[in-house]
Design a protein around this ligand. Structure first.
Ligand code: CO
Length: 428
């Protein structure tokens, strides 16, 4: 049997962009008997049914109907995000000069930019094509190494090891794509490259969204292969864990929901993000089809629980000063309960205790994290979903090193632990 950690690496390898992540999740759901619901058509929901719906190509909500009435059992929800920080192409990306074609990029969210230098980069995303019956969207990815951001040699950057690598986002991030022959139109060349990958004519390519990704596959590492390394562990690891847990639900008592959102890394304020209406729209439709009136629906929400699953900062002993001394989170130490009194995380004492109980039931260890008081704390979709839904929630995540690096690492055991804890949550 293939281990959960190895399954996760395979999932990430098939998910080089948030659109691909949703396609990977969708393939898995379909294989497990889930039915796709279109947002623009009337739904027919059956008792015990397994469904999912997609919004905007990069956000997906899947659910398994419970055996108990929703007004009594409420919802058990897990939320995570499909997007990861990095570089994205500008619409007219091609730059020319000095015999080279380069691609202009925007910075998406907050990546550690220096980690994108000297790596085997490529493109993955979606193109929109003109078609006889209207526009068509197609996912494309280049499997091969296509782009690079070569570092400046140390002979021209003598202080790099003392000062760190600083990159000007406008002038020093364009990625080298190739040699450019005399008289060639770089923009047209880029369109042809993308259209070829979509098996379409360049003249039919209208627009695109392209993420820069690292072609290096995920791997196990360490003396006993106790660690994993890959891109996008934040937060495809949580997506994969929630998906695996949901798929394992055969006949849960409560309606179980796994929600995967785009745009978390840029604030979630979009039609497809956690700050938008997607989750409430889906829950309301489920309630509507279960014939809940407004009173019942409010009771259902008050009896619901949700888990915001996003990665947590693992202790790295080379940097002891970066951590709160009594909240050292250890790799392979189990799910982390994240709390912050300023509500950067939605955890409170009651919801933390509830999650501890779930871990105990699942037989997995758990840890607690608080950020250093003299450092700004990150946030998640947790507080915004808690506010929007009015549902008790907790912020948890698996321990991770190098969050927002082009290549992050985590623990082999932690992934299985998280899946077990989320199974317990759906089953509670
Ligand atoms: Co995250």
């Amino acid at each position: 049997m293939i281990s959960p950690a190895r399954e996760l690496l395979n999932f990430i390898d098939t998910s080089p962009s948030p659109w691909h992540a949703v396609a990977s999740a969708e393939a898995r759901l379909l294989a497990q008997g889930f039915t796709r619901l279109a947002e623009d058509e009337r739904w027919q929901l059956e008792a015990g049914g397994r469904y999912y719906t997609v919004r905007g190509g990069a956000s997906l909500i899947a659910f398994v109907q419970g055996s108990q009435p929703i007004s009594q059992a409420g919802f058990r929800m897990v939320g995570a995000h499909t997007d990861s920080p990095g570089l994205r192409l500008k619409p007219k990306a091609a730059l020319t000069g000095n015999g080279l074609a380069r691609l202009a990029v925007e910075v998406y969210g907050g990546p550690i930019l220096a980690t994108f230098t000297d790596r085997d980069l490529s493109l993955a995303g979606r193109v929109i094509l003109r078609g006889a019956a209207g526009q068509k969207t197609r996912l494309i990815r280049f499997e091969r190494s296509l782009l690079r951001l070569p570092n400046l040699a140390i002979h021209m950057n003598r202080e790099v090891n003392e000062q760190g690598l600083k990159l000007n986002k406008q002038t020093e991030l364009p990625l080298i794509l190739g040699m450019l022959g005399e008289g060639l139109d770089a923009q047209a060349n880029l369109h042809k490259l993308l259209a070829d990958a979509a098996q379409a004519e360049a003249a039919d390519l209208l627009s695109f969204e392209m993420a820069v990704y690292d072609v290096q596959k995920g791997c196990l590492w360490g003396a006993n292969e106790e660690f994993i390394a890959d891109s996008q562990l934040d937060n495809l690891a949580s997506c994969h864990a929630a998906l695996s847990a949901l798929i394992a639900m055969e006949q849960p008592a409560a309606c179980c929901v796994a929600a995967f959102f785009d745009h978390e890394e840029v604030g979630s304020e979009s039609a497809t993000g956690a700050g938008g209406s997607f989750i409430t729209d889906v829950l309301n439709r489920i309630c509507f089809h279960a014939k809940l009136d407004e009173e019942d629906r409010r009771c259902a929400m008050a009896r619901s629980f949700f888990i915001s699953a996003d990665m947590a900062h693992a202790y790295q002993p080379n940097f002891p000063g970066a951590y709160e001394p009594e909240h050292k989170v250890m790799i392979n130490g189990g799910p982390v309960i994240k709390s912050n009194v300023n509500q950067r995380y939605t955890t409170n004492a009651e919801t933390a205790a509830r999650f501890m109980g779930l871990c105990e039931k699942a037989g997995v260890p758990y840890q607690e994290y608080a950020h250093r008081t003299d450092l700004g704390c990150g946030s998640t979709i947790g507080p915004m979903l808690a506010a929007q839904l009015g549902v008790a929630g907790v912020d948890v995540g698996s321990p991770l090193w190098a969050m927002h690096s082009a290549r992050e690492s985590a623990g082999v055991l932690d992934h299985g632990y998280m899946i077990a804890a989320l199974v317990a949550a759906f089953d509670s």
